[in-house]
Design a protein around this ligand. Structure first.
Ligand SMILES: [Zn+2]
Length: 421
């Protein structure tokens, strides 16, 4: 078996000094921008001059750890609530609540009930007396606790980045008499959409979309300059998860494990959620060990480290595909992209594998020793890290240690600090 080490995620954080402008009363405004599905190594693989200029003037963080599961809604809600998915209640793209019998999907996401286990920043800041804005960020057009941000627009994928940005900068700039929004969240669907459609390994397609993303960054900076906000606000550019290359050669078919009468499917891949129609232990028994690249958990046994257990909306059985693998019910094809517009799902959300030494989680107790190398790569259970080729090494290992000064494949390495204008 060959492990393709695929990187987890990217977070770029950029802080612009708020200056000492006497007109600036209190803290500077904060603009939080997410480019969905921006995989960590895109920054290394593709030239993005606007993004590079931006972080050269601010701070580039080393690592963002996304929450489990690596889906857009759970992670975006975590970014604005500070909570794991089990605590904020937006646990997946498709959910079922066994108490209320309600269903949630990306097309049916506006019932405030799903979002009300937590409070997003655009509401918290209201309580401090600030105006806020949220543009197409997951949950931002939902009246959570009967409230929305001061400014928002209903989600519409057809609204361009330029249009979204124009609204946000105008809301933040205020009108001369009234102070503008002090917190704004701005969401853009790329490069996630293209990553799914073409796969992150498609250099030609990804170069094109990442140029567009970079142009969006350039546009954002010029707009902030135009309205007089540049240098007076804090700007954070981030993402929610990375993107792994999927393949029709890496399918896990549930029909090979059990008959569909045995379960009701709530969510599919890369983390499937099932409700057993018969004895849960028996259904679990059929799934457990069924495929070498799929791990099955009864809800009560989901590992603590995933922070994905203590919520009614987590189903009795979850199945986790190894990175790059796709769970389907049957057949030999990759699933269609959710909106069925972009073709097959060639990119899928990955699980994490790489750590800088200082970022190795405390729970592993594998950090505070000189003999631990600068970078470690951890294979999912059952996978083997090799340098090349298609053969297992003579002695099977589950953890590979790379002694290398090359940070090429790690999440953003350099840290620079400077003030903006
Ligand atoms: Zn996403």
């Amino acid at each position: 078996m060959l492990l393709n080490v695929v990187l987890g995620f990217l977070c770029g954080g950029f802080a612009l000094a708020a200056g000492n402008d006497p007109a600036t009363q209190g803290p500077p405004p904060l603009l939080l921008v997410s480019f969905d599905g921006f995989r960590a190594d895109y920054l290394k693989r593709f030239h993005m001059p606007n993004l590079e200029l931006l972080y050269s003037q601010g701070v580039l963080v080393e690592q963002l750890t996304n929450v489990f599961i690596t889906k857009t809604f759970p992670n975006h809600y975590s970014l604005v609530t500070g909570l794991y998915a089990e605590s904020h209640g937006v646990l997946a793209s498709s959910m079922y609540d066994p108490v209320s019998h309600k269903h949630f999907s990306l097309r049916n996401d506006s019932d405030p009930w799903w979002w009300s286990e937590a409070e997003p920043l655009w509401l918290t800041a209201l309580d401090s007396g600030y105006e806020t804005a949220a543009m197409m960020w997951p949950g931002s057009d939902v009246a959570i606790g009967n409230r929305t941000a001061t400014h928002f627009l209903p989600y519409d994928a057809a609204v361009t980045f330029r249009q979204r940005l124009g609204n946000v900068t105008s809301w933040m700039a205020g009108n001369g008499k009234e102070k503008g929004a002090m917190f704004a969240a701005l969401y853009w669907e790329e490069p996630d959409r293209s990553g799914h459609a073409f796969g992150p390994d498609n250099n030609t397609a990804m170069a094109a979309v990442l140029k567009e993303v970079d142009d969006c960054v350039g546009l954002m900076v010029s707009e902030l300059r135009r309205v007089g906000l540049w240098g007076k606000l804090n700007l954070v550019v981030t993402s929610d998860h990375g993107m792994a290359q999927c393949s029709a050669q890496r399918l896990i078919r549930l029909d090979d494990c059990l008959h569909p009468d045995n379960y009701t499917l709530v969510d599919l891949t890369p983390v499937a959620a099932l409700i057993p129609n018969t004895d849960p232990e028996a259904v679990f028994g059929l799934l457990n060990g069924c495929h070498p690249h799929m791990t099955a958990y009864l809800k009560k046994a989901i590992p603590e480290r995933l922070h994905y257990r203590d919520n009614e909306r987590i189903q009795p059985i979850i199945l986790i595909a190894d990175e790059g693998w796709t769970i389907v019910q049957r057949g030999n094809k990759l699933p269609r992209y959710p909106e069925a517009v972009f073709g097959l799902l060639n990119g899928c959300h990955p699980h994490m594998t790489a750590y800088l030494k200082k970022a190795i989680p405390e729970r592993l107790h594998y950090r505070d020793n000189e003999r631990i190398q600068p970078i470690i790569l951890i294979a999912d259970e059952g996978w083997t890290i090799v340098q090349r080729g298609n053969k297992l090494p003579r002695c099977e290992i589950s953890t590979g240690i790379v002694t290398s000064n090359s940070n090429q494949n790690l999440v953003n390495i350099s840290i620079k600090r400077s003030h903006a204008e």
